[in-house]
Design a protein around this ligand. Structure first.
Ligand SMILES: Cc1cc2nc3c(=O)[nH]c(=O)nc-3n(C[C@H](O)[C@H](O)[C@H](O)COP(=O)(O)OP(=O)(O)OC[C@H]3O[C@@H](n4cnc5c(N)ncnc54)[C@H](O)[C@@H]3O)c2cc1C
Length: 603
């Protein structure tokens, strides 16, 4: 590394550095910048291209504008939806805060759709009840047509421009700068200029979004490569519950783009090849609006039973035309366009072909409800809640984090809520932290080296015989798709773990063709593949070890939930190149109400 010395790295000082400019990162930045802190937002894409922009259906809050509702029912639905793996203190906090924060968004400028009386439009979504148990359907999801994420992200961006947040767009975070006192900053690569930057901060917040790209077929944007989780693994810290990946039941067949649950909320329903509305058999009460894990499994079972549609009998049909063109164009214009563009189907006339598609990362960087990154003690001793330790000056929010409000399965509409609620909560916690942390730490003079090495390894490699990274990525995604999808078994997963280790080997001898420093997208893909690979490995190991079915983790060989053995969170880390698993208990005690004890989940 002789070509480079410390003074060739641009050194920045901020109070706080937030990695990620999605809804979570921007809501948090707003809280901090409004409190007059010097905030930097580092993002590998322009902020308004973050995946939050793709969120369609809406955001949950018990406003009760359509049907009677209460935050306590929202909490109950979320605990039940999580298959009792969610942390109930964080869930209570989120559901209580929801109505106030939706109204705050309205005042900040989010153009929500309206009901006739002028209040915020709310639609029914999966897993929503109006009573504890099997009550009526609540309409809890606040929507701006089917472009809710777009509306929220743009509003948050504009608000941050007002407050003077510093944006570093198209900067790729490479490495966390850690020392004995916690996290001191981050090394980043300026993609456009091909230069290194060291961001020193009194607090670092990971808001890097999900990791859907570990799978071959996903609704997630190409940028959803789980970089935050990988940064944390690289810092020898664990990630939590990565085996729980949500498969959305209605991705467009064979291509993946999402057809929002809002379609079923507005009255659309699923059909099999026999024209049967099969969800009535699997979930007699909630039918097509049962939670996502239930609907995805039902589609997989219909296909397995030979009742799949199309020439390959591999998908279901989503019927919407009966809603009428006016409703479709007013409430679901984006869906109409997506179906036309990706499936060549005019949904005002014919049904849309759909199949389960990787959609949401329930796991992530472990945090408490203040966004502080936590880790358990030594292996074996980490089981007691009080042994959990906070990593100073490091925070995580949004889909990158595992707070864990979604547990084993997320309810639709709870993620836009999560990013706003915990973006704000984390901002408040960091404001307190900054009261005591007046100075930037003195850094180890070599602290930049690991980050630089990550990039230079790819740019300096000149072997011609090595394997191209696009090929390795395809292999890795295929292994994940074939071995860790909607249904899992010991044999298939064990084989998957072995295959993943093989692809890891090819990565170590992988190479890129483009050695340019300026806007080298192949280099960015290589860095992202390293991140994806780390997350795929911990996902696979966690899934293989968990011998039960819970939420999104459904095993043919262990079809029942096993609360005695498995009502606990997985903590996976990578030590000396090997995946290590540890566990910690679920936080079953809420903040102020009684706990919801585990029950059989029926919809
Ligand atoms: C198609 C789709 C539809 C959805 N619909 C809904 C819905 O209707 N309701 C709902 O509640 N949820 C929905 N979700 C989920 C929800 O949108 C996401 O979970 C949420 O928006 C994630 O926000 P975030 O701020 O955590 O991350 P994101 O919005 O994903 O942003 C991540 C940010 O991190 C940055 N980043 C990542 N890695 C790096 C790096 N190495 N260096 C620098 N920057 C980096 C990116 O540039 C980006 O700015 C949907 C998701 C998808 C994919």
């Amino acid at each position: 590394m002789s070509y480079l010395s410390n003074d060739q790295i641009e050194h920045h000082f901020h109070d706080v550095v937030i990695i990620g400019a999605g809804g979570g990162g921007l809501r948090c930045a707003l809280q901090l910048a409004d409190a007059n802190h010097r905030v930097a937002v580092v993002s590998k894409v322009l902020p308004t291209r973050s995946h939050t922009v793709a969120a369609q259906g809406g955001m949950n809050a018990a406003l009760g504008n359509v049907n009677s509702d209460h935050w306590h029912w929202h909490m109950y639905d979320t605990v039940k939806g999580s298959d009792y793996l969610g942390d109930q203190d964080a869930i209570e906090y989120m559901c209580r805060a929801a109505p106030r924060l939706v109204r705050e968004l309205e005042h900040q400028g989010v153009p929500f759709s309206r009901l006739e009386d002028g209040t915020i439009y709310q639609r029914p979504f999966g897993g929503q009840s109006r009573e504890f148990g099997e009550g009526g359907q609540a309409s809890r999801t606040c929507a701006a047509a089917d472009r809710t994420g777009h509306a929220i992200l743009h509003t948050m961006y504009q608000q941050n421009l007002r407050t003077g947040t510093h944006f570093y767009d198209e900067f790729f975070a490479l490495d966390l700068i850690m020392d004995k006192d916690g996290c001191q900053g981050v090394m980043a690569w300026d993609i456009a200029e091909g230069r290194y930057h060291l961001f020193q901060a009194k607090a670092v917040i990971l808001a890097t979004g999900g990791a859907g790209r570990v799978f071959q077929m996903t609704t997630n944007a190409h940028i959803c490569t789980g970089d935050g989780g990988a940064l944390v693994l690289d810092a020898s810290l664990p990630v939590e519950d990565m085996e729980f990946f949500q498969f959305h039941p209605t991705g467009i067949a064979d291509v993946g783009p999402l057809i929002s649950e809002a379609v079923r909320g507005e009255g659309g329903y699923l059909l099999n090849a026999e024209g049967e509305r099969f969800m009535e058999r699997y979930a007699p009460t909630a039918k097509d609006l049962a939670s996502r894990d239930v609907v995805s499994r039902a589609i997989a079972l219909e296909v397995k039973a030979g009742r799949g549609c199309g020439p390959n009998k591999d998908h279901a049909l989503l019927k919407v035309d009966h809603l009428g063109k006016d409703v479709i164009m007013e409430r679901l214009p984006n869906i109409h366009e997506l179906a036309l563009r990706f499936a060549d189907v005019d949904c005002t006339k014919e049904p849309i072909p759909v199949m389960p598609t990787a959609h949401y990362t329930m796991g992530g960087v472990p945090t408490n409800r203040f966004g502080e990154v936590v880790y358990a003690g030594e292996k074996g001793k980490g089981m007691a809640g009080e042994k959990e330790k906070v990593m100073p000056s490091l925070y995580a929010i949004g889909e990158a984090a595992c707070t864990s409000v979604h547990g084993a399965n997320r309810l639709g509409g709870n993620s836009l809520l999560e990013i706003i609620v915990f973006g704000r909560a984390c901002g408040d916690q960091v404001i307190k932290h900054l009261e005591d942390k007046n100075y930037h730490a003195k850094l180890d003079p070599d602290c930049w080296k690991d980050g630089v090495e990550r990039v230079e390894r790819w740019l300096s490699d000149d072997s011609n015989e090595s394997i191209r990274i696009s090929k390795i990525r395809d292999e890795m995604q295929k292994v994940m798709q074939d071995h860790f999808s909607v249904y899992r078994t010991e044999e298939v997963m064990a084989e998957g773990v072995v295959l993943l280790e093989k692809t890891l080997e090819s990565l170590s001898s992988g190479s890129i063709e483009d050695k340019n420093r300026i806007f080298n997208t192949e280099l960015v893909e290589a860095l992202e593949l390293e991140n994806l690979m780390a997350l795929a490995r911990v996902t696979a190991s966690g899934a293989l070890a968990r011998s039960e079915s819970r939420g999104a983790h459904a095993r043919d060989d262990y079809p029942e939930r096993d609360d005695e053995q498995w009502m606990k969170h997985t903590l996976a880390s990578i030590k000396d190149g090997k995946v290590e698993l540890d566990y910690k208990p679920v936080r079953t005690i809420p903040m102020s109400v009684e706990s919801f004890p585990p029950k059989k989940r029926v919809y």
